[in-house]
Ligand binder design. Structure first.
Ligand code: CUA
Length: 186
């Protein structure tokens, strides 16, 4: 019986490479599992409020027609603000709002994804066409807040921003609904 030749010892570089390959495959598998698990659990949905709307008919009928935009005083004393984010402006692009009042923003987009951010507050969400984003806040102090679009939405993205002027509660209650959209009177 012929003796089989003695096995050559494996070169150490190959052994190390195989171990690294195995480690990388394990790492990839763990990362994929994390991505799938988090997206199933809580990540893959529009932010803040899952409410759908037809982006093609926003301006024709319903909550977001032009004369229904801006700040509306609710019977319980809170304020609801309806806004459109579109290439490349917010409508209305100026808002006068009361300080120390519960405020609910409802905002949607007729075209592409925009960002809705009020610097210095908790307001920060994406505006996704087909969905209504809803954010609540309360302004503690009177003052001016800037509202830039912070999601790249096209060539004039950098020009897309609006202004919020927060005034004392009693001053706000004297304003009519169209005056609440004009910062010039402030
Ligand atoms: Cu709208 Cu960037």
């Amino acid at each position: 019986m012929a003796e089989s030749p003695p096995r050559e010892p494996e070169p150490p570089t190959e052994r190390t490479e195989r171990r690294w390959l195995l480690a990388m495959c394990l790492l990839l598998a763990v990362m994929m599992a994390v991505v799938v698990a988090t997206s199933l659990a809580h990540a893959l949905h529009p932010p803040s409020n899952v409410e759908t709307i037809d982006p093609l008919s926003l301006h024709l009928a319903g909550e977001f027609v032009e004369n229904n935009l801006g700040a509306a005083l609710e019977p319980d004393g809170s304020v609801t603000v309806r806004l459109l984010a579109q290439q490349y402006s917010f409508v209305p692009n100026c808002l006068i709002l009361p300080a120390d009042t519960s405020i609910k923003f409802r905002i949607t987009s007729p075209d592409v994804i925009h960002g809705f951010l009020l610097v210095g507050t908790n307001v920060n969400t994406m505006v996704v066409p087909g969905f209504v984003a809803e954010v609540r806040t309360r302004f503690a102090a009177v003052g001016d807040y800037t509202m830039p679009c912070h999601e790249y939405c096209g060539l004039a993205h950098h020009d897309m921003w609006a202004r919020v002027a927060v005034v004392p509660k009693d001053q706000f209650s004297q304003l009519g609904s169209t005056q609440r959209r004009r910062c010039a009177i402030h």
